[in-house]
Design a protein around this ligand. Sequence first.
Ligand SMILES: Nc1nc2c(ncn2[C@@H]2O[C@H](COP(=O)(O)OP(=O)(O)OP(=O)(O)O)[C@@H](O)[C@H]2O)c(=O)[nH]1
Ligand SMILES: [Mg+2]
Length: 398
Amino acid sequence: MEYFTEQAPTHREVMARIRSKYGERAKILTQKSVRLGGFMGFFAREGVEIAGYLSQEPIHAKRMDVEEEKKKILREVKSEQTLQQLLAEVQAIKSRIESDGGSAKGPEKHASLEEVEELLYENDFTRSFVDRIVERLKRDLTLEDLDDLRLVQTTVLGWIGEQISIYREVPKGKPRIIVLVGPTGVGKTTTIAKLAAVYGIVSEGKKAKSVRMLTIDNYRIGARNQIETYGEIMGIPVSCAETTLELKKKLALYQDVDMILIDTIGKSPKDYTRLAEMQELLAACGEQAEIYLALSATTKTADLREILQQFEPFKYRAIVLTKLDETMRVGNVVSVLAERQKQLLHFATGQVVPQDIERASVPVLLRHLEGFNVNHEYLDKKFEKSAPKDDFPAMEWK
Ligand SMILES: Nc1nc2c(ncn2[C@@H]2O[C@H](COP(=O)(O)OP(=O)(O)OP(=O)(O)O)[C@@H](O)[C@H]2O)c(=O)[nH]1
Ligand SMILES: [Mg+2]
């Protein structure tokens, strides 16, 4: 049996909502006065809550009719032959009614609910995320609200924004050791170079920090050249470490600098042995190392879940979302990060070093969702405090 609970400011409005959502199948069980809305008890309004269940009556009623019809016919039966004939007719009527009953559709959904549901799917949100949003719309919005599509869409983006969590860095001790792990080719090395520039090059009068780049990606000549080239261009020293001992030596050598940025080799989340080896190596960085997971915004939903899971042993603190410029469908990223309660640190938004990196923020991600006709100024204001005011320096080259 399906149950429902609906609330609205007046009895008439609750009943109108129940009729619109569930039609004639809705059977009322209880009614009570409640306080609606408000914030921490302020501004709450009087309202009515009605609970009930959805009956199967329309289909049963048809079944009863069939039984009645059958009895009536049998009363009129005169011979065995007519009995057979009439039974066949009854059977035909019965199956016709049953097939009607089987295909009977539920009450129609409000057009705004359909529209929002479609928009969310177009943006790649997962089914469970979409279901939760639609359920909440049914529960929290009045029929009048639902008629205003722009209001519905703004409300939905507001709820999505509440699901996006931004990480607040808590740098402890000196030097800060920042490590980027992640699957192959997501942009780890490029992001390390961008961060080295952001922190290590003077901009807008901010004093540059003393930064070093370190790579444990020694095996691949190309990889080493790549980071060394960035280092040369920016005047930031780069070195390599292949073993735990080498890594410990390098860290000891750099103990007076402000920040050490460590680039790692991309790993397939399926390569358990290599992941374990790298984890062992990184243990040399100690507890204060800030490990972040680089994740491409273009990753498919199932892969996102697998990557988040397989890199879990690294105890990564937050996500650096890369290649945000390559997709406008980030609903799956938002859904999965919310589902796994992961936080975002930075967005990488292109191939250009150093410009294409910024602090993760809710409004930026919301603006990245497509097809919503909403009041973005309202949303920017609502989430302006979500971006931490930390030492991620504004860059003069932006
Ligand atoms: N569009 C776009 N491309 C990016 C971004 N970040 C990196 N790239 C490109 O992605 C490709 C791979 O970048 P790398 O930095 O080498 O990736 P990686 O994670 O270090 O790769 P491996 O070390 O091989 O695992 C390069 O062509 C980069 O220019 C980004 O934010 N947006
Ligand atoms: Mg690399």
